[in-house]
Design a protein around this ligand. Sequence first.
Ligand SMILES: *Cc1c(COP(=O)(O)O)cnc(C)c1O
Length: 450
Amino acid sequence: MEVALSIAADRPSMRMGTEYMLAENEMPKAWCNFLPDLPAPLPEIRDLGTPSAAEIAEKVRPKILIEQNQPDELWIDIPDPVADRLRQCGRPTPLRRALHLERQLDTPARIYFKREDCMTTGSFKLNTALAQAYYAAQEGRSLLVTETGAGQWGMSVALAATMFGLRSRVFMVRCSLDQKPYRGYFMELLGSEVHPSPSARTRIGSEVIRAHPDHPGSLGAAISEAIEDAACTPGAAYLSGSGMPHVYLHQTILGLEVKRQLAKAGEELGVDERGDHLIACAGGGSNLCGLVGPFLKDRRDGADIRLLAAESTAAPRLTAGVYQYGRSDIAEFTPEVLAYSMGKDFVPPAVHVGGLRNHHSSPIVSLLRREGILDARAFAQREALAAGRLLLETEGVLVAPEAAHAVAAAVEVALEARAASRDCVIVFLASGNGQLDLAGYHEVLGRTCT
Ligand SMILES: *Cc1c(COP(=O)(O)O)cnc(C)c1O
């Protein structure tokens, strides 16, 4: 990294390049607590079960992660061992100016994308997995237990566990494991125990199987299984890959790096009311909040930065859901939170975007939406994957189906900028790599002649 930079300094022409890098020592040293920059207080949580969700969390979650849901400070130092591992796994990641995509769309907009597809496990999830594994190890836990949908989170936990000397156990939604067995192989290669969920291993899993022997699995069931299993296993910690404020905190490294990289590119977001956009796909909201969180203060200070969530028409909570109390798991181990929701009995169609199929959004993302800070657009799978193919054709980067939704949103905004002759800046987040999702691309697009 240092070498590459000194070459760039020697050769002025390289400044015309399209990839904006940060040196290792330019990686952010602290996470940004953006909760004080939210437009309104977060609504009350309802937690009336026995035992309560808070009591369950106290048992299964590392204590510091519970504290990091409501930090006292604005900046929280990234522990050195976590920073070292983040660097090893691909941080800081590049920010690419998508010149070829711009040319193809014939847009005056300047499009940039943040390349989390470059992380070792193929997605941004490692940013929080490494932090959480480190804290669990610090507390003397020996086993990490979690659930995973499409498998990116499970892969990240498996690697982070190994790096900090821990074992891991992952409940993976059964139909996703069938669709994406390679993610399971990766976890098992690292010695992780992978259980297709629902499984007979837990009480809640057994109940689901008894009622529906062919159940394809759901995130709501897998979360319940993982929490039950962690609660019953001495030395276990339960970790979440999204939805929780401490996860968003760890992901702010994304937005903080983007800020530095935009400065290197000579861009200042939110000037001249030209309609600058930050865009990310939204499942549990962690890549979105990681990107936009550090910009909320600028927005409060008057910068005209539009925030846009790209969701799937398979679970269009932010564009068509109801703002209501609900939970993320079926056994009611988690508390009731106010958020945009499809309702607890909603069964999403079996689309390939495992990461965007949650029935209930998160309280923080929902609050941003409710208060009019966050726009949202929903995209059908075919439209999103076609945008993913366009990015591959123009920029040579194959993104995950989830991230393809962000590409689709960026393309729409860029075409609107063309229609209005606006030279705005568009930044979207490529949340993950699509190499292991090619079966999905093939099924939806590969057999057509378009
Ligand atoms: C998990 C995941 C998502 C969705 O999760 P968020 O919490 O909404 O960010 C999106 N893209 C990829 C590649 C993922 O792994």
